[in-house]
Design a protein around this ligand. Structure first.
Ligand code: G3P
Length: 228
């Protein structure tokens, strides 16, 4: 069975708690900008996120080093400190690709990130990445087509029989998420607003209100199926 995996792209504990309570979430993704936004102790924050989501949900954390050796050291440190289903996010630079090859040999989970082209994604997959993260909205913003890039990646991964999955990122609207799902992207990471937006519809709200009004007109205010 193929699922669409939903990830929350945030380090806000409140947002994570709410989304994991309500929605079928697979994990949390972060990047240095997202972490810096919280302006708090880095390791403490990540440990708190791990505590909230549990050890079986995926947590994606990015390294900052510019050399493969530095990335490896950060990855080992993060593994030791955070644990659980941890994915080390590595940008698709030449040193990043080298780090992916080496980290794979150590059995670590890898998410290749900062992807703007299908070829970057393909090379990351060949280097051992478990996920590849194309930045849909940022591609749209440079007059590209983010969904087309995702679609090309899906095709390439399929053509070469690779198990690597797309983790489409950088969404600004619901249509982008919808189009990624239609073209076979296996997972999406979205902010809290987009996550809520995937569900919300004013006619759903008015239908629910109408049901309650019709029911209460007959059975009485506050009555529900198990207290008639
Ligand atoms: O984590 C990478 C990606 O989600 C960035 O999104 O909104 O900063 O373009 P955004």
């Amino acid at each position: 069975m193929i699922n669409l995996l939903y990830y929350l792209d945030t380090a806000s504990i409140d947002q994570i708690k709410r989304a994991f309570d309500l929605y079928p979430m697979s994990g949390v993704t972060t990047n240095p900008t997202i972490i810096a936004r919280e302006n708090t102790n880095f390791l403490g924050l990540l440990k708190e996120i791990r505590e909230v989501i549990g050890t079986e949900k995926d947590l994606h954390v990015q390294v900052l080093s510019s050399t493969a050796e530095g990335m490896l050291e950060e990855a080992r440190y993060l593994h030791e400190q955070i644990g659980g289903e941890l994915y080390i996010k590595i940008p698709v630079t030449p040193q990043g690709i080298k780090a992916m090859k080496l980290l794979k040999k150590e059995g670590m989970n890898i998410t290749a990130t900062a992807i703007y082209t299908a070829d970057q994604a393909l090379m990351s997959a060949m280097a051992g990445a478990d996920f590849v993260a194309p930045y849909v909205n940022r591609i749209d913003n440079i007059s590209g087509n983010g969904v087309d890039v995702v679609s090309q990646i899906v095709t390439l991964l399929h053509n070469y029989g690779l198990d690597t999955m797309v983790l489409a990122a950088s969404f600004k609207n619901i249509q982008q998420v919808h189009d990624v799902a239609l073209c076979g992207g296996q997972s999406v990471t979205v902010n809290a607003e987009v996550m809520d937006g995937l569900l919300s519809h004013p006619l759903t709200d008015s239908s629910v209100t109408q049901f309650i009004n019709d029911w209460e007109n007959v059975y009485g205010k506050g009555k529900i199926t198990n207290n008639l």
